[in-house]
Write a protein that binds this ligand. Structure first.
Ligand code: SF4
Length: 65
């Protein structure tokens, strides 16, 4: 897995969406990217000022059962 060719594995890493939330079921496991084509980012604050004020609204917990 040295070359830069993509899409040869079952999990598609979208290199436009870097993400480290491995607990999310959309995370491209093994690579720090999201596997979705697009995501929605929102906020839970009235006046967001720092990155932690924002949320990935496309997050979904992994189902391991
Ligand atoms: S949906 Fe959001 S939290 Fe989940 S892997 Fe993609 S960017 Fe990360």
């Amino acid at each position: 897995m040295k070359d830069s060719s993509c899409c040869s594995t079952s999990t598609h890493a979208n290199k436009c969406i870097e993400c480290t939330v491995t607990q999310c079921k959309h995370h491209a496991q093994g690579q720090n990217y999201c596997s979705l084509d697009k995501i929605q980012v929102g906020t839970h604050e009235k006046n967001p000022t720092v990155p932690s004020c924002t949320d990935c609204n496309s997050f979904a917990p992994k189902q391991t059962t």
